[in-house]
Design a protein around this ligand. Structure first.
Ligand code: FES
Ligand SMILES: [Fe+2]
Length: 366
């Protein structure tokens, strides 16, 4: 798991000015809330007084109030009120990490890391969103008992379809059409497919010109996954999976489906049901993969040409590790229950005197 990327925290509608929301991400707890002006905030969940869970508290005047002794923290993470010291300004040390937030596509994203704004990767782009001729689904949340890298690699992998999703009627891939290109924060892989087995195909009547089935998949950062399917030259489904690594064995996915045909609202239900049936087929495979987390070297698996984008994903992860962004899970486990960690927020680069230790990171490689 990596710091310095945007992670989905919840759906926008799930954040109200009525109550804070406690969310686990990257094996740590966070509190998300909306202030009186409607702005969303995401803070580290651990109260710096004596360890209360801010996400279990309440909202008072647009601030989150710790359920233990009532200290109140604003959206910038600063404590502004200590009930037992009513006439005293809270000390400068009374602050928790506060993370940049963006609301896009019906999802609240938090930047979990300390990079300054001009060095941050963008939130996973959805160029079709809001464009004429495209229809967006509601965001659907999927909980899976698997490590998020396994889920990402499954979405990138073009070769599992004909076995895991036989009702799609996907024919074998045409290897000589494989095409991979790098993106600033990821890579894209495209392949053409031969004639589908029409009678088994979900969108058979739309796929009326054979030889036009083309599918691509790509990743943006460690946790943004996109699958694009051209069922014919004009009809395109683009599926966005904003993946939240809850911890090292559980993943929550915020799923957005974009389409440029069957645009009538009454088609939404049918398309989402088809998507969810397919996702369930994937979940059955993912939850049984062993080991739970991907092996540390390629020698523990056997890769083929259709796995090349999976290999590219792992190379990219290694690059982010070499920048010192990978969380040291083992060090974190060793101290579990003994040390409260926080993902360092951007303000840690400008000010010192933080109560919580920053999460342990694997040393950058030179
Ligand atoms: S632990 Fe939060 S106010 Fe005391
Ligand atoms: Fe799949």
């Amino acid at each position: 798991m990596y710091i310095n990327f945007w992670y989905p925290v919840c759906k926008t509608g799930e954040l109200t000015p009525d109550a804070p929301r406690r969310v686990e991400l990257l094996g740590l707890n966070f509190v998300a809330f909306r202030d009186d002006g409607g702005a969303a905030h995401v803070l580290s969940d651990t109260c710096v007084h004596r360890g209360g869970a801010l996400g279990l508290g309440q909202l008072v005047d647009g601030r989150v109030q710790c359920p233990y002794h009532g200290w109140q923290f604003g959206g910038d993470g600063r404590c502004v009120h200590i009930p037992s010291l009513p006439d005293t300004t809270p000390p400068a040390r009374a602050k928790v990490d506060s993370y940049p937030v963006e609301e896009r596509y019906g999802v609240v994203f938090a930047f979990l890391g300390d990079l300054p704004a001009d060095e941050r990767p963008p939130v996973c782009p959805v160029p079709e969103y809001g464009q004429d001729g495209w229809r967006a689904s509601e965001i659907v949340v999927l909980d899976i008992d698997c490590y998020y890298e396994r889920s990402m690699e499954n979405g990138l992998d073009p070769a599992h379809n004909e076995f895991v999703h036989p009702r799609q009627g996907f024919p074998p891939m045409l290897e000589d059409t494989f095409e991979m290109q790098d993106d600033p924060w990821g890579a894209r892989f495209w392949a053409d497919f031969g004639d589908p087995v029409l009678e088994l195909t979900e969108f058979a009547k739309d796929r009326n010109r054979t030889g036009e089935l083309r599918a691509g998949s790509w990743f943006h950062g460690p946790n943004g996954l996109v699958t694009s399917i051209f069922v014919n030259r004009d009809s395109n489904l683009v599926q966005y999976f904003f993946e939240a690594p809850v911890n090292d064995s559980h993943t929550r996915i915020y799923f957005l489906n974009m389409r440029n045909w069957l645009l009538e609202p009454d088609k939404d239900e049918r398309i989402m049901q088809t998507n969810l049936r397919i996702v369930k087929e994937d979940i059955g495979i993912l939850e049984a993969l062993w080991p739970v987390r991907t092996p540390p070297t390629l020698t523990r698996e056997i890769m083929t040409p259709s796995d090349q984008v999976v290999v590219r994903f792992r190379e990219q992860l290694a690059q982010w590790q070499s920048r010192g962004w990978q969380i040291d899970r083992h060090a974190m486990h060793d101290k579990h229950g003994d040390v409260a960690y926080a993902i360092p927020c951007p303000d840690r680069r400008a000010s010192g005197n933080w109560v919580l230790d920053p999460v342990p990171l694997l040393a950058p490689e030179n």
